[in-house]
Design a protein around this ligand. Structure first.
Ligand code: HEC
Length: 112
């Protein structure tokens, strides 16, 4: 009886935790979408200035392979590659680190 109670309490805790994580992840992607629409879309919709377009898996594959942290770093501080120049914070200094990070995650989630 005692064991069953402990087990079910643990199970409940695990389920709650998993639920919260999903919720937080969802919220971050929603924030990312808003930021993307507001700041990143202008270049990353159609590839203006050499930007990899959202949803273009081919253009994103090698970039995604670098890992999320590298992509976030490049989005925060700017990055010049073979295609062109990515301005720091997409040229919008009002964006916080978490907002830029969310936008990168959103764009990556739509491009793999
Ligand atoms: C003025 C145009 C422009 C805007 C606005 C812009 N980008 Fe970019 N971005 C680029 C270009 C151009 C590249 C590709 C540079 C290259 O690889 O030569 C790029 C590349 C990237 C990459 C890939 C970096 C890598 O390591 O391959 C990420 C991530 C990124 N942008 C995120 C964002 C986010 C997030 C926003 C909005 C907050 C944003 N960009 C807004 C032009 C832009």
């Amino acid at each position: 009886m005692y064991r069953w109670e402990v087990n079910s309490a643990l199970l409940l805790a695990a389920l709650l935790l998993a639920g919260c994580q999903d919720g937080a992840e969802q919220q971050e992607l929603q924030l990312g979408q808003r930021v993307w629409e507001g700041t990143c879309r202008v270049c990353h919709l159609n590839g203006l200035g050499g930007a990899p377009a959202k949803g273009n898996r081919k253009a994103w594959a090698a970039r995604i392979d670098q890992g999320l942290e590298v992509l976030v770093e490049h989005a925060l501080h700017g990055f010049s590659g073979e295609q062109g120049s990515m301005p720091a914070r997409g040229g919008n200094p009002a964006l916080g680190d978490a907002e830029v990070r969310a936008a990168v995650k959103y764009m990556v989630s739509q491009s793999r």
